[in-house]
Design a protein around this ligand. Structure first.
Ligand SMILES: [Zn+2]
Length: 274
């Protein structure tokens, strides 16, 4: 009996060490990336994601590796009776991994599970109205990124956004951009940047572009960035990310400094894909 307990303890320690050791994690991920990309996943991407064709062969190969790691590490949970299919998992993983394409950041380090609802879902939202009065409303949501370790998506919205790649809206890009922003524990539109010296210019460019969006909306000027970006700096970063991937030419033309910051952060140039 005593020997069994010792044996289980040792196994437990080894498993824990493997799971938390960065070197071992990297080795495990590299092994996963070496696996053959299932032909059925390739077919899913070719049939559903036109942007997949636009990537260079080297980018496609790198993306395939990320998708494999993502699917090996993240848990998908179907909500309201939804059966999460292989197609759903592969499409969500692919769009999310576009944000990681050039080895920037870790694999959404805080995120463990993705909750998928069949369509828009409802949550109770409370708003403080002052004088200890709180208003509670039922509001429809299409997606959410929580700082705890979960992200929520409406499959209907994911599908719609996947087919309309060039309209500047994509719930998967949006919510996973929030995950990147939240990696340092704060949702404020500032993800973890490579160098300390990068923060100052990031803050300057983002603040200017955010202010410009707020001003343009007030003046009724047509904007390339969706008005939802004016909600706060965290939403601005998520909206700017959607625009960067889906309307890169327009973003680069209207906001060259913002485009340059996102290009350097994601280490990508989506103008080349369109
Ligand atoms: Zn958001």
């Amino acid at each position: 009996m005593f020997e069994t307990i010792i044996f289980l303890l040792i196994i437990g320690l080894i498993v824990t060490a493997i799971l938390i050791n960065p070197v071992l994690i990297k080795q495990r991920r590299n092994r996963i990336k070496q696996r053959t990309f299932p032909p059925i996943w390739n077919a899913i991407l070719e049939n559903n994601l036109p942007i997949y064709y636009s990537l260079s062969p080297a980018e496609r190969k790198r993306l395939q590796g990320h998708i494999q790691v993502f699917l090996a590490e993240k848990q998908f949970i179907g909500c309201q009776g939804l059966q999460v299919t292989e197609e759903m998992r592969v499409i969500i993983a692919t769009v999310a991994c576009l944000l990681l394409l050039n080895e920037r950041g870790s694999y959404f380090s805080k995120l463990r599970s993705i909750l998928v609802y069949p369509s828009a879902y409802f949550v109770n939202e409370t708003t403080a109205m002052g004088n200890y009065v709180v208003e509670e409303r039922r509001v429809a949501r299409l997606g959410e990124s929580w700082t705890n370790d979960q992200l929520v998506l409406s499959w209907e919205q994911v599908k719609q956004d996947t087919y309309n790649w060039k309209d500047g809206h994509n719930v998967v890009l949006h919510e996973f951009a929030h995950q990147l922003d939240q990696e340092d524990g704060k949702a404020e539109g500032v993800p973890i940047l490579q160098k300390n010296s990068d923060y100052q210019i990031w803050s300057q460019v983002m603040t200017e572009a955010y202010q410009q969006l707020c001003n343009d909306l007030q003046l009724g000027v047509k904007t390339v960035l969706d008005s939802y970006g004016a909600t706060n700096p965290a939403e601005f970063f998520a909206v700017a990310t959607e625009t960067f991937f889906e309307k890169p030419q327009q973003l680069q033309k209207k906001h060259p400094a913002l485009y340059e910051q996102l290009q350097s952060y994601y280490q990508l140039d989506p103008v080349q894909w369109h």
